[in-house]
Write a protein of this length. Structure first.
Length: 163
């Protein structure tokens, strides 16, 4: 897999970074690069990027490192949000993971409570509909004249003796 990243050049206390396209498996310090795509000098704050070639390689599947991604976003070569690059201690990382887990659990509990409330509301509405239907039928029964009620009652046929 191809990656776009920075390689350090320059003397001690005089860093200079080249933007290179390399195979991810190669060392960033001494591996042979496929193509040089620009440079960055942090002392003079000068940055030079070959934007056309960078976009070409990204389009063809090269992935920029996190630092390179942030540099490309700040230089407006690509669009997107910057990534968090600095490494956190295990303690801070554990705190962040715990906060994320708590937030997800709270969100899940809220969703379950809403689903349960909807289900209870649907059940209550169904029971209310059945109650009004039963009341309407009872009212109809009361309104019928007694003669019709007598006709509706089934008359059992006299039993015939079995021969």
């Amino acid at each position: 897999m191809l990656t776009i990243r920075l390689t350090r050049k320059g003397k001690k206390n005089q860093p200079f970074f080249r933007v290179v396209l390399v195979d991810k498996r190669r060392s960033s310090k001494g591996g042979k690069s496929i193509e040089d795509l620009g440079y960055k000098n942090p002392l003079t704050k000068k940055i030079s990027l070959n934007k056309d070639r960078i976009l070409y390689w990204i389009k063809n599947g090269a992935q920029p490192s996190e630092t390179m991604h942030n540099l490309l976003v700040s230089e407006k070569v690509i669009e997107g949000k910057k990534m968090h690059v600095s490494k956190l201690s295990k303690k801070k990382q554990a705190e962040i993971n715990k906060k994320k887990a708590d937030a997800e659990a709270a969100l899940k509990a809220k969703a379950e409570a809403e689903a349960k409330a909807k289900e209870e509301a649907a059940t209550a509405k169904k029971a209310e509909d059945e109650a009004t239907k039963a009341a309407a039928e009872a009212q109809k029964e009361e309104e019928k004249p007694e003669e019709i009620k007598a006709e509706e009652t089934p008359v059992s046929a006299p039993e015939q003796p079995v021969a």
